[in-house]
Design a protein around this ligand. Structure first.
Ligand SMILES: *[C@@H]1O[C@H](CO)[C@@H](O)[C@H](O)[C@H]1NC(C)=O
Ligand SMILES: *[C@@H]1O[C@H](CO)[C@@H](O)[C@H](O)[C@H]1NC(C)=O
Ligand SMILES: *[C@@H]1O[C@H](CO)[C@@H](O)[C@H](O)[C@H]1NC(C)=O
Ligand SMILES: *[C@@H]1O[C@H](CO)[C@@H](O)[C@H](O)[C@H]1NC(C)=O
Ligand SMILES: *[C@@H]1O[C@H](CO)[C@@H](O)[C@H](O)[C@H]1NC(C)=O
Ligand SMILES: *[C@@H]1O[C@H](CO)[C@@H](O)[C@H](O)[C@H]1NC(C)=O
Length: 872
């Protein structure tokens, strides 16, 4: 028997407080068991036919990862295999069973079962006794605690959870809208940890922390008062005198002691608040990664009765302020620590089967920060506490909120969704329990930017009341926003200040510099040109040979990995028509994928640049990553390989940047750094033969956290053929450090849009810019010298290389990609300082790459640079 039990023992004394996490489950369909369910919750039943899975897993997620079951991820993700899964096995409840051991229990001790949400609902049995009923335990986020003392016993115990099927149109569950196919089990199961807690007669709830730090105030604060709250419960039938003592650990190690005595009546709950005043160096402010450090405080509390610890609690928190206001245009604007915080974000997707691997998440967050993003948006995908702990440590902001397009937005006034039930009375209770639980999980985390009560639609008045009451009950310290769109708002909340006007499909770079719909103004809560085509090495992992063939030979065909069949995003024809018109018909799969990268690079760069350089308050790229191997809406692919969309976004999202405004053909400087400095901007335009058409250089006066136009390049409009524009931003004070270097391919006739015929997901292009002269075989070949030099990395398991490139000829080397390989496979994750670069005639450039591998080989390839291995 695989019995995995993790026991955390806290501190002192005779009556040790214990927390037991269920470390894994045996699962089986309820169809496969005879007789009463309860009998399976007694110890030593025969589970040899049950599948062994991890601690938190939906039914299908568990089966995919279980060693003894036929579901295989590689096979399920291949071509359209997922659509052929027989869903009927998920239309009946499944049983999750585990045995675990409890220490000797005294009559004074209490055992509490904590469920953090089960999809869609659950009955729970402990040692043959039903302790939880599915008419109460409903909802994927409705975590609840149950006193199971009377059913628990010393020694071996057995817990059995019956998880019911999920229908995302009827249940408050997790759905993926049009992001990817729905998982065949609709995410049913025990997807979050289950734990048991043994306490004495007095218990403490999870801690909540608030503080008085407020950078919006006019005068500086010399001290900050931190308030720690917990609900203290006396479970016993006698009054008790308790001492609540604690320690507040200031980053760096200094401790402040906290103490409070309490008289607790029998069977009653009290809210305890403990205050500590921090002053001087005790006040350490938490910052988003680009702006400063992430100091974290810790607090430990013990509830003691007659020198015996009855319960303990612990929390980590940070001190920072977040505000959300409406500016003069009515657009929502965040400020962090009193500084206007322009959101450069992207939508986060969990795994399609809700599997969770914190190391994978760390890579995802590292990619987000490497791109230059400062925020992720969670749309109804609140994941687990580790996500918030990681975001706190890494300085990545989180915009959390509920989901669109399913039961969460089952309002009478929402006509956009089919098959979604309008809320019944019980749904309001489930929603309130969900909000209570999620707010409790997030409350202390400095990474939280706010919570969106709706996405496409705002919650109705009754749901808003329930949500707000729950947030208030949890001492929610962050902004609460009605929705992610402008469609409407409940009377208790202001208009959201965010827009959701598309696009989600291909539009040319000039779109973002326009003044309508999703263009770069205001706060765009989910928007993109739909970019994110993976590189060939990833495409081959999940597409069949026929799928790959259709990709370039049948541009109007649907693709299952693009979106489900009933979605407009099942097709790539808008993108493919633009690709053919702008770069010429693809002549091979390789040519097609390469041109996709060109299109994606242009699209993501222009989007991030325009939002940064305009009076916009925020942009959330749709999306950061995908729940499964997807063909679009991502900045790196499911197999964690960055592609054109990634490097375009990285070029567009730099903290200090020089950007080309496609709309006015001018050059703009962006400054979202807090560091002082001074800028020098240079612009160079060369034709495809490398002949200089223009050179201009200008010093720029300091512009605090904003953007401005520095000069115009109207000459570009006179170009009769494509040319290359290089913009360089350097500091011109004491040193001459390049802060940003961007190369654009431009032509006199830009793309133009048919705004009148826009739909909710795209704006048609009236005329395409002609870049066919940049296609393969059209440019004179370039020769690029590359010299590789290993450099030390603080982490000895990581390899870091510096690659010095030099273009040896007088023509530009266009869109050069460098890759790292081990044994023929591309190494991933991989962190390049820059990639898909265009080198000007004779230009030198140094790139840095970091990855983990013992052996490696570097390859280089560009439009007019033949593929070859780089000498090492
Ligand atoms: C899953 O299937 C793939 C091919 O379809 C195979 O190569 C792989 O070994 C399988 N994995 C397991 C764990 O069975
Ligand atoms: C799906 O599985 C069920 C049993 O779980 C079976 O009755 C049904 O025939 C299967 N459907 C198909 C199309 O194979
Ligand atoms: C709690 O803290 C107070 C003040 O520091 C101290 O006097 C007391 O002994 C502590 N009590 C326990 C049970 O730790
Ligand atoms: C960028 O903004 C920061 C903070 O607002 C300011 O201190 C700095 O001088 C600005 N840099 C330049 C070169 O404009
Ligand atoms: C920095 O480099 C530019 C371009 O090479 C040059 O024009 C400028 O004078 C340099 N500034 C300093 C302070 O060296
Ligand atoms: C917009 O589309 C309609 C029909 O779908 C067409 O009649 C009209 O000419 C289009 N408008 C423009 C400006 O292309």
């Amino acid at each position: 028997m695989h019995l995995i039990i993790i026991i955390f023992m806290f501190f002192l004394t005779a009556m040790a407080q214990t927390r037991i996490l269920i470390g894994g489950w045996h699962i089986l369909s309820s169809d496969a068991v005879q007789g009463s369910i309860a009998q399976w919750s007694v110890a030593n039943a025969d589970v040899s036919k049950w599948s062994r899975i991890g601690a938190r897993a939906t039914v299908l997620g568990g089966l995919v990862d279980s060693v003894d079951h036929p579901y295989n991820e590689t096979a399920l993700f291949a071509s359209d295999a997922l659509s052929t899964v027989n869903k009927s096995e998920f239309h009946v409840p499944w049983l999750y069973r585990e045995q675990f051991s409890l220490p000797a229990l005294s009559s004074d001790q209490h055992v509490q079962l904590n469920l953090h949400g089960v999809s869609s609902k659950a009955d729970v049995f402990l040692n043959g006794v039903q302790v939880v009923f599915s008419d109460i335990q409903k909802g994927v986020y409705a975590g609840r605690s149950y006193d199971v003392t009377s059913a628990a016993r010393s020694g071996i115990n057995c817990l059995l959870i019956q998880a019911y099927p999920t229908d995302t149109g009827k249940d408050l569950a997790i759905s993926f809208a049009d992001w990817n196919p729905a998982p065949p089990d609709s995410g049913m199961g025990v997807w979050r940890t289950v734990e048991l807690e043994i306490t004495g007669p007095v218990s403490l709830s999870p801690l909540r922390v608030t503080h008085t730090y407020d950078r919006g105030r006019t005068s500086p604060q010399s001290s900050v008062v931190v308030t720690i709250c917990t609900d203290v419960k006396n479970h016993g039938n006698a009054p008790r005198d308790a001492v609540i003592n604690g320690t507040l650990v200031i980053p760096g190690g200094l401790e402040i002691q906290l103490s409070q005595q309490m008289q607790l009546m029998a069977h009653s709950t009290y809210t305890l608040t403990l205050e500590a005043t921090l002053s001087g160096s005790q006040v350490q402010i938490w910052w988003p990664a680009a702006w400063g450090p992430q100091p974290l405080y810790e607090v430990f509390l013990d509830a003691t009765l007659l020198n015996t610890v009855s319960d303990s609690a612990h929390a980590t928190f940070g001190i920072r302020s977040v505000e959300y206001k409406h500016n003069a245009n009515g657009d929502g604007e965040f400020a962090v620590n009193g500084r206007i915080f322009q959101v450069r974000g992207a939508g986060y997707a969990p795994d399609i089967f809700l599997r969770f691997d914190v190391r994978r998440l760390e890579t995802i967050f590292r990619y987000a920060l490497d791109i230059g993003l400062n925020t992720i948006r969670l749309e109804g995908k609140q994941e687990h506490p580790e996500l918030y702990e990681l975001a706190d440590r890494m300085g990545l902001m989180v915009m959390a909120g509920w989901m669109c397009c399913d039961k969460w937005e089952g309002w009478e006034y929402n006509h956009d969704v089919q098959g979604v039930e309008v809320w019944r009375d019980e749904d309001y209770a489930i929603a309130e329990a969900s909000m209570l639980h999620e707010a409790g999980m997030m409350q202390t985390h400095p990474c939280l930017l706010g919570f969106l009560l709706g996405s496409d639609y705002w919650p109705d008045e009754r749901a808003t009341t329930a949500y707000l009451a729950a947030l208030q009950r949890m001492d929610w310290p962050n902004p609460v926003i009605a929705s992610a769109s402008k469609r409407g708002h409940p009377s208790q909340l202001a208009p959201s200040g965010m827009k959701m006007e598309g696009p989600y499909d291909w539009v040319p770079p000039i779109y973002w510099w326009g003044d309508r719909l999703g263009a770069a103004f205001g706060f765009a809560s989910e928007v993109s040109a739909g970019s994110g085509t993976p590189e060939l090495s990833s495409l081959k992992r999940f597409l069949s040979d026929q799928d790959l063939d259709r990709l370039w030979k049948k541009p109007n065909d649907g693709q299952y990995h693009q979106a489900p069949k009933d979605s407009v995003f099942h097709y790539r024809q808008i993108h493919n028509k633009a690709l053919k018109s702008r770069y010429g018909s693809p002549n091979s799969l390789e040519d097609y994928v390469f041109k996709c990268q060109l299109m994606d690079y242009e699209a993501t760069r222009a989007q991030f640049e325009a939002f940064a350089a305009r009076e916009a308050t925020g942009v959330v790229y749709w999306m950061l990553n995908s729940a499964w191997p997807s063909l679009h809406w991502q900045l790196f692919d499911y197999y964690l390989l960055p592609m054109g969309a990634y490097y375009g976004a990285k070029a567009g999202a730099r903290l200090q940047n020089v950007v080309f405004d496609y709309g006015s053909t001018s050059v703009r400087v962006v400054n979202h750094s807090l560091s002082p400095g001074c800028y020098l901007v240079s612009a160079d335009l060369v034709d495809t033969d490398g002949k200089t058409l223009l050179h201009h250089q200008e010093a720029v006066d300091a512009t605090p956290t904003s953007a401005k136009e520095v000069f115009s390049l109207a000459k570009i409009l006179q170009l009769a053929k494509p040319a290359f524009l290089r913009l360089v931003l350097s500091t011109d004070c004491n040193s001459n450090v390049t802060l940003s270097r961007n190369v654009y391919w431009v032509n006199g006739r830009m793309d133009s849009l048919n705004w009148e015929n826009s739909t909710w997901y795209h704006t048609p292009t009236k005329r395409y810019a002609d870049f066919t002269a940049l296609g393969p075989g059209r440019l004179a070949p370039a020769a690029v010298l590359a010299v590789v030099r290993p450099v030390a990395h603080p982490d000895p398991t990581m390899t870091k290389l510096e690659i010095r490139l030099q273009n040896l000829v007088k023509v530009p080397a266009f869109f050069v990609r460098l890759t790292v390989h081990d044994n023929g496979e591309e190494i991933r994750p991989v962190f390049w300082s820059d990639n898909y670069i265009t080198l000007f005639p004779r230009e030198q450039l140094t790139l840095v790459v970091e990855f983990r591998a013992e052996r490696w080989k570097i390859k280089m390839k560009g439009v007019n640079v033949v593929e070859r291995d780089v000498a090492t």
